[in-house]
Unconditional design. Sequence first.
Lengths: 294, 278
Amino acid sequence: MRNKPLRLHWLDIALIVGLGLAIAFVWYRIDGALNYKWRWEIIPNYILRWHEEKQRWVPNILLQGLITTIRISLYAGVLALVLGVILGIARCSTNLAVRMLARTYLEVLRNIPPVVVVFIFFFFLSEQLVSAFNIEGWARSIAKQENKDVWEFFFGDMRRFPSLISGVIVLALFESAFVGEIVRAGIQSVGKGQHEAAQSIGMSKPDQLRFIVLPQALKKVVPPMANQFISLIKDSSIISLISVQELTFKTVELVASTRAIFEAWITTAVLYFIICFSLSMLFRKLEKPAEINR
Amino acid sequence: MKCKRFSFSTALLVFVMAALTTPAMAQQASKSLSSESAIETIKKRGAIKIGLSIFKPWSMRDKNGELIGFELDVGQKLADDMGVDAEFIPTAWDGIIPALVAGKFDVIISGMTTTPQRNLTINFTDPYAYSGLTILANSKMTEGMTLEDYNSEDVTFAARRGATPATLIAEMFPKAKLLLFDEDGASTQEVINGKAHASMASEPTPSSEARRYPDVLSVPFGETFSATGEAFGLRKGDPDAMNFFNNWINMHTKNGWLKNRNDYWFRGDDWADKVPEE
């Protein structure tokens, strides 16, 4: 099946030529109608710039935004995974109260648009959280320290830490609803025979879950999980609305400062594509062993 | 089994009720907190948190990605006079007033025009700058039109959502169609593309845009509209902060510092090499 030689059918050639003509036509129309002066030469400076004093290349606003987006997606992803697995297990529990609570949380967060969830959380809840735990005072004291480089590597400017935390938490809460449903589907797809076999050799319920059910369930749901994490990276652009300094927000600032609308947004699209595509490649590597084992 | 379920449900109920009362108590605590002045919070913190939104030339990013502009000068001078650090928090314009009310920063210094609607939610100080609005028009589409001709159903305006020009266009030209966008760049692009006849924005944006696209855009009328003044925005119920900011603005208006900075950023072109410009 794999050794079929690659031959070009006349249909392939016709499709490629047709596609090329369509793209060229659309581009010609856009270029004529838009009346826009392209200024690509200013973009590289906004990604990396030469710092005179330090005598080395320093990331400028687009790269800073990219790093913040990666941080946010990573922390929110890990948190969403943990919360989602707990939620998925809760959904399959025999206890009615636990099941109902999990169901309510899931349905509420799944059926409200993410923008609305972000605004509600940010303006009502996050301020209470931040003042209750005095996160701002703590973050500020770290920002004044001398050896804050480690903190800055993981969290960026520590003075902006409270808004970063709000963004990560709301993103994790929102995505955990979807991850929970995926995990539930995985758990329920593990055959009843497995549960019965584990019970017959005397395993307790928690041990059953930990050693038999969860490993199989999680392996089965790697494709939809990959989907969800890529979706998380894209949803992280929503928290630019609460002024977290991630890539989308920095691009809005760049456009407002230089009026280079198309160059800035196209560059940002490419940067997002690079992150999401690398993640998708990583997940494909994870799926491969699962296929062979079957 | 039944006993277990009953005790579990009771425990759950107690927990839920406790969780519901905690935000109510926090609410009361935050009400008494807000009676404390922003000045005290700033002194305790050692830094003043200033909310702003990128808007040329009030505030913008230069080639090094740093914030520069009129607001940055004003904020830094204010912080120096108070003896604290200045922290600038770039915020999306649509959410800047809710963010102030929610306590994300102490004051808005972002070229915000004093309007009655905004004043119902937040307090404004005395004005520290007066910039008027002018019309930026597509030269071909609006050739020979007088000011009254703009108020007709065939005319389309483009403006930034939530900003003063949008409200002013709706008042001055009620018959014309109004398209709203998230940023000035997008509304100017509409006019350049010919999808809208004109846009309105605070000077110096219309003049600099007309200079950049001289064959497409023009500023047809020399008069500026609605020069009511921009002021600092602060939370309601804070007489100490209001008194402090008003006196600070008054002092620097009288000694000419504010006018000096305003002329540098708005009338001149000296800073043009710090930002990429056509």
